[in-house]
Design a protein around this ligand. Structure first.
Ligand code: PRX
Length: 637
């Protein structure tokens, strides 16, 4: 799908970007950094003298909130709408840049009054409402490091994240709207803080659903009693380019989530640059909508920081795509004239299931660019998206990146790249990637599904600066595999086709991708063995037509636990959902007498995956007891 001449003529990106970036990477990134307002200019673009510790824009200072708010107001754009908020129950708010600045200033003033100091950590556990964005910006304005925890996470998961970060404050809401009903949220915070000791001094609560909630005097504070009355002017202070901006927890190969640390100057540079070029964003014309939740990196980089730095007018939608019915997204697009729409393959596949007559009932002609993120997009879903949402002409950007990369790394550039359904195509200008084998040799181009490993062989501005509280794990997870080369190991399988275009083939470690959400097999296994009836558990990801992958668990019961069939497996599914989050609820749980193990006792997940996907198990020669598989198979069916 080549770009149309019309799109190419007006595109933000031009083909010379690739050339310029290749000629002088650092000069290229310095040019991108100039998109921001620096309080004090940097004197060095990159310090990579102690890899893998990167320092970008050395000596530079800036304030992120100033870049996202004040400067737009000072430039005369105070009346531009920053956020069109659509609440799930149908309430709406249009918030201008001036209002967003005022409310962020009030929040910053009150957080200062609470005694919070730069570098302190603040946990944010909120639904998709404007105050969530304001809370993040207020933290950034004060140099507080936020840790947003997805509001679907359980009290246990929240507690784990609050403890690891050592948060002094939690910002939350009384509840959130889900399919027309209020769901409590503050009670989850209470439960997370029920155990002692913890570092949290205050819980700041936004009233959203109006439900009665338990209250701990002195510790708990209402947003409307405090922030709403705080002074409306706040003078922002500049922070070092490497000042910690946020921690965001993501799943790794062990049960313990990793606190991915991002800093200030490089992160904002790359999110703003990619939002400008990949989404071809024009601040005076576009209405942009990224459907992610602020609890994930996509929400951080492409709802909050990148778009606001670029003076975007955007949609913030609180609810699910099928409330009150499956027309909701298309109605919102029609109502606001959305021009850029960025979503995940799992949702596109859900739309496909609901039927094309649903989007066809709406005028979607405002859309001029579509994006995809979170998992490989299957060509069928790509074509459906192109035809039914993009009127057979809208460019699609399939953007590959990770919580760790902070911003988009591999993607077509609209107006330049001729796209192929399912391919992420090429690293962006300024980014360098390779596909290599285990030894680090480049894998030959292929049109088969032969997998190589994706590595990033040069540092990039928005790269993670470490894992919170765990420098060794940072080294081991990302830099150990190709330590002789000094390359970042992404954990994804990939290939180059014979045209030299890049295809991402999915995770090659024990991280599963369920509806675009990362969940490790170890996390689910430990939630399962946390149940008194489970002696051992093995979890694999099986292909799923909607969610991309789905969780399939095989469990061995303790000897005194009767197998009550569905009653027990449903109980186990609930155990996982409440321990981690409903996203992690297994699709299937099979109770088996044994698990396939090698002579050294290692569970052979590959064989379990074969069984879960209904294939004949592959090579079983290393199994301690090959008859086990027949038994498991019989138990499963
Ligand atoms: O496996 C890749 C997949 O999502 C992983 C990163 O997950 P997370 O940190 O939660 O960030 C998701 C949003 C950026 C990657 O290692 N992934 C992400 N985007 C794509 C993708 N796989 C294929 N194609 C993509 N466009």
């Amino acid at each position: 799908f080549p770009p149309s001449a019309e799109f190419a003529a007006a595109a933000n990106a031009d083909a010379s970007l690739y050339q310029r970036a290749a000629q002088d990477r650092e000069a290229f990134w310095a040019e991108q950094a100039a998109r921001l307002h620096w309080h004090h200019p940097f004197h060095q673009v990159l310090d990579w003298s102690q890899p893998p510790i990167a320092k970008w824009f050395v000596g530079g200072t800036l304030n992120i909130a100033y870049n996202c708010l004040d400067r737009h107001v000072l430039d005369g754009h105070g009346d531009q709408i920053a956020i069109h908020f659509e609440g799930e129950p149908g309430d709406t708010r249009a918030i201008t840049y001036r209002q967003l600045l005022t409310e962020t200033s009030q929040a910053a003033n009150y957080l200062t009054e609470l005694g919070l100091q730069p570098g302190d950590r603040v946990a944010i556990y909120m639904p998709m409402i404007p105050e969530a964005v304001i809370a993040m910006l207020a933290c950034a304005r004060l140099g507080l490091t936020h840790s947003v925890v997805f509001a679907g996470f359980s009290p246990t998961a929240l507690r784990q994240r609050i403890d690891d970060a050592g948060a002094r404050l939690v910002i939350t809401t009384d509840g959130q709207w889900r399919r027309g009903k209020p769901h409590p949220l503050k009670t989850a915070v209470d439960e997370a803080l029920h155990h002692t000791p913890h570092t949290v001094e205050h819980v700041l609560v936004v009233r959203r659903t109006g439900t009665d909630i338990p209250w701990t005097p002195h510790r708990d504070l209402w947003w409307h009693d405090t922030i709403t009355h705080a002074p409306t002017h706040h003078q922002p202070q500049p922070f070092d380019a490497e000042h910690p901006l946020f921690i965001l927890y993501t799943s790794g190969t062990t049960g313990k989530p990793k606190g991915i640390l991002h800093t200030t100057g490089g992160y904002l540079t790359q999110t703003a640059y990619t939002h400008h070029t990949v989404f071809d964003h024009k601040p005076d014309h576009d209405i942009y909508w990224c459907t992610a939740d602020i609890g994930w990196i996509t929400g951080h980089s492409y709802i909050v920081y990148g778009p606001l730095a670029n003076r975007t007018t955007q949609i913030l939608y609180e609810g699910t795509p099928n409330h009150p019915d499956e027309h909701r997204h298309w109605q919102i697009i029609e109502k606001y004239g959305v021009t850029i729409y960025y979503t995940a393959p799992t949702l596109i596949r859900t739309f496909m299931k609901w039927g094309k007559h649903i989007p066809a009932a709406h005028n979607l002609t405002s859309i001029r660019l579509l994006g995809s993120v979170g998992e490989p997009i299957n060509p069928e879903a790509w074509r459906w998206y192109h035809e039914n949402i993009g009127a057979n002409k809208t460019p699609i950007v399939d953007t590959w990146w990770q919580t760790e990369t902070g911003a988009i790394m591999i993607s077509p550039l609209p107006g330049i790249t001729t796209t192929k359904p399912g391919a992420a195509m090429t690293p962006l200008p300024g980014i360098s990637a390779q596909i290599v084998d285990e030894q680090g040799n480049p894998t030959p181009p292929t049109n088969t599904d032969t997998t190589g490993y994706l590595v990033l062989d040069q540092p990039w501005p928005a790269m993670l600066r470490g894992i919170w509280n765990d420098p060794q794990r940072y080294q081991d997870t990302y830099w150990h595999q190709y330590r002789e080369h000094g390359w970042y190991f992404a954990g994804d399988g990939a290939k180059l086709d014979t045209d030299g275009d890049l295809w991402i083939l999915g995770r090659i470690d024990d991280v599963m991708n369920i509806s675009g959400h990362r969940i490790s097999t170890a996390e689910v296994e430990s939630a399962l063995v946390g149940h008194h009836g489970v002696a051992e558990a093995a979890v694999v990801a099986a292909h799923d037509t909607t969610t991309g992958q789905a969780i399939v668990a095989f469990v061995i019961l303790t000897t005194d636990t009767p197998n009550t069939g569905d009653t027990l497996t449903n109980e186990l599914k609930t155990q996982v959902a409440t321990h981690i989050s409903p996203i992690a609820r297994p699709r299937e749980i099979h109770i088996v007498p044994e698990l396939p193990k090698t002579r050294s006792g290692k569970i052979m997940r590959r064989l379990l995956r074969d069984i879960a996907e209904g294939r004949q198990p592959g090579d079983t020669s290393t199994l301690l007891d090959p008859t086990i598989l027949t038994t498991i198979h019989t138990n499963k069916t």
